[in-house]
Write a protein that binds this ligand. Structure first.
Ligand SMILES: [Zn+2]
Length: 177
């Protein structure tokens, strides 16, 4: 089963919003919940990306081995940067790919934005460790004397390959903060 995690936002005077992984261990960017396709149990443990690599340099997929908390079935949850695209203002309101999630028995169902994002302002100022846990972000760029923001953050999981018995083929999960 393969899912593409896509995100969208409305950016104002800010560009190239992306995960700021590889800086320190407290940067997580986002989490997501997974559901066992066998017994349908929604796992309490949430998944995030491995943070010791630069996201766009990620040559190899990273794997988390998970065991269902109820039926004890085990499966790897493999995460890769896939066709990851940095969000710009041209993408406002459009879902762009962030990562691919590949697992035999666990389906991603719910995503939570966190801190650990980076972006650039229109004056070229780099911003690190942006916190999107409130579902939006506001700041002021002194150099261009303008307000900057990322609002209306949304995420969705698109089914790329639903080949697993009992999976919810073609089902899209959409939510917003
Ligand atoms: Zn299960």
């Amino acid at each position: 089963m393969k899912h593409l995690l896509k995100i969208s936002a409305h950016l104002t005077n800010i560009t190239d919003l992306e995960l700021d992984v590889g800086v320190n261990n407290t940067n997580v960017g986002l989490y997501w919940k997974i559901q066992c396709v066998g017994c349908k149990h929604l796992q309490t443990k949430m998944i995030t990306v491995i943070l010791d690599v630069k996201w766009f340099d990620m040559k190899k997929a990273h794997s988390n081995n998970m065991m269902c908390e109820v039926c004890k079935r085990t499966s790897a949850v493999i995460v890769s940067s896939g066709k990851s695209i940095r969000l710009t203002q041209e993408h406002n309101g459009i879902f762009v790919p962030l990562m691919e999630i590949n697992s035999n028995f666990f389906e991603p169902v719910e995503c939570v934005f966190s801190h650990g994002w980076k972006a650039e302002t229109m004056s070229g100022k780099k911003m690190n460790n942006i916190d999107l846990s409130a579902g939006e972000f506001y700041d002021y760029d002194v150099e261009c004397q303008c307000s900057i923001s990322a609002t209306n953050l949304k995420a969705m999981f698109e089914v790329m390959d639903a080949k697993v018995e009992g999976s919810s083929a073609g089902k899209h999960h959409v939510w917003k903060k």
